[in-house]
Design a protein around this ligand. Structure first.
Ligand SMILES: *Cc1c(COP(=O)(O)O)cnc(C)c1O
Length: 486
């Protein structure tokens, strides 16, 4: 399996070659040259597999340059029933991503797929935990080391730290805005005592953190000398790891391959739903892929109108589903590449236009950039948006009607899913976090606190380990250099 850049760069690297990198040299994103196909017979065989074995079957189609026995061991090390889930998931723990039926009406069924039983209570663990093991494996093979420098406003940083803690050859330097994260999120990250994890609380806002990471990424000499890398959501291995749970959800919700299933996905950077698109391209019988956004509705606007118009960071709303507060979806280019028939020259031109003119238009109207919006239907996409009031109403609705407390992002998903039900088709909503992480809004909606999962009762009172630093890229570069010894 060779990979290509969405912008047409001539090299065709292998899975292992793109594993530790980010963007392609031409600024594009990597995708497989062809999507591997899954036959009906194979799908039938996959019905009875454990999650770890299913993950291995999906991975081996993409990571063809890693020996199968190693890949299988990595899948089990990550998703073994005794490894990935703990007692929190109860009787269903062994299923890793158990389904729960929420409602049934007019021949359609609404189902929730739990993806938040990993160590940081958000779906990002599903991919990041595998990434930690893949990185450690790949670095050991090369005798190399990697220093991950990242910026976080909450979920990504903690998922990365819990995936990389204690891993040989890896250090994590995570920048977060000092005193701006919730007490729970701060405690999750700062209570880690592993010597390879460095929390840097920057005196500034999230954008300052991100600017410093960009400054470091742009200093190519420094980056090479200090072996600096990232783990952002464009990482291809993260997308592949997410493909697995679409197969799992489909197989658990159906008993024959004649049946179709739809998925609704609370979306920000388009990473999660991009994995659904890839599962569909591999032959998984998906009816609709429904993009759910919050007030930051760039993606909903595109899937309703065919106009992609990114927002400036000053126009990005801070909402109560903060992990979806994205103004420019970093994985969207992967879908557009397929939508445009894999025409990399046009992808390059359109995303150049995103930088120069803030967007592009595929409506086919006079003066537009193309007419491919008509084919969006062929790819089965639909969309919807949700507001703070919708979120509160949905959290209350789910409590009263389903007897469960859902987090704010999952609430956006449920709201949009209920607007997109098709008779006879099961709709699976992907749960992206547990409510304890976003307790302020739960209290606003229900007048009480969200339940704390076992093991998190006193997290705020644990000893914290972090360094407060000014928003100064040079000072932070010096700190990284000092602690890597490079
Ligand atoms: C990251 C995140 C999202 C958005 O996922 P994308 O892959 O960026 O679309 C949604 N909900 C939660 C809780 C998240 O952490």
């Amino acid at each position: 399996m060779q990979y290509v850049s969405t912008r047409g760069h001539s090299a065709t690297p292998s899975f292992s070659e793109i594993l530790l990198g980010g963007l392609a040299p031409d600024g594009g994103l990597y995708l497989p040259q062809q999507y591997p196909q899954v036959s009906g017979a194979e799908l039938d065989q996959w019905r009875t597999l454990s999650y770890a074995d299913l993950a291995f079957q999906v991975l081996r189609k993409f990571a063809t340059d890693i020996p199968e026995s190693d890949l299988k061991a990595l899948a089990h090390k990550t998703y073994g029933a005794d490894v990935y889930c703990n007692a929190r998931a109860g009787d269903d723990a062994g299923q890793i991503t158990p389904l729960r039926t929420l409602e049934q009406k007019d021949g359609s069924k609404l189902v929730l797929q739990a993806l938040s039983n990993g160590p940081t209570l958000a779906f990002k663990d599903m991919a990041m935990q595998l990434l930690g093991n893949l990185f450690e494996y790949a670095l050991a093979k090369k005798g190399a080391e990697l220093n991950i420098v990242g910026a976080t406003s909450g979920d990504t940083g903690s998922a990365a730290e819990y995936a990389m803690r204690g891993k040989k050859g890896i250090r994590v330097f995570m920048l977060s805005p000092h005193k701006k994260m919730s007490a729970f999120q701060t405690a999750q990250m700062f209570s880690l005592q592993d010597p390879n994890i460095f929390n840097i609380a920057v005196e500034g806002v999230f954008d300052d953190c991100q600017d410093i990471v960009k400054a470091i990424s742009n200093d190519l000499d420094y980056k090479a000398a200090k072996k600096v890398g990232t783990v952002n959501s464009i990482n291809w291995a993260r997308v592949v790891a997410q493909v697995v749970y679409y197969f799992r959800g489909y197989l658990a919700a159906t008993d024959s391959n004649e049946q179709k299933v739809s998925f609704t996905v609370p979306s920000g950077n388009f990473g999660n739903i991009c994995a659904g698109h890839i599962a569909r391209m591999m032959g998984l019988p998906i009816d609709k892929l429904v993009v759910a956004t919050n007030e930051n509705d760039v993606l909903d606007e595109f899937f309703r109108t065919g106009v992609y118009r990114v927002r400036k960071s000053a126009e990005t709303y801070h909402t109560s589903s903060p992990s979806m507060d994205i103004s420019k979806a970093s994985n969207f280019e992967r879908f557009v590449y397929d939508l445009l028939g894999r025409d990399s020259a046009r992808v390059k031109a359109l995303f150049g236009k995103v930088e120069s003119a803030g967007g592009f238009d595929l409506t086919g109207q006079p003066g537009s950039d193309g007419d491919e919006f008509a084919s969006v239907i062929k790819y089965g996409f639909a969309s919807g948006r949700s507001t703070h009031d919708d979120r509160l109403a949905t959290i209350r609705f789910a409590q009263e009607n389903y007897g469960i407390t859902v987090d704010t992002h999952t609430a956006d998903g449920i709201k949009v899913a209920r607007e997109n039900l098709t008779p006879g088709v099961t709709m699976i909503v992907l749960e992206t976090a547990l409510p304890a992480k976003f307790n302020e809004t739960i209290r606003e909606a229900l007048g009480r606190d969200a339940d704390r999962p076992a093991g998190f009762e006193n997290i705020e009172s644990l000893a914290q380990r972090f360094e407060v630093m000014p928003a100064d890229a040079e000072r932070i570069k010096a700190y990284v250099a000092e602690h890597t010894g490079l």
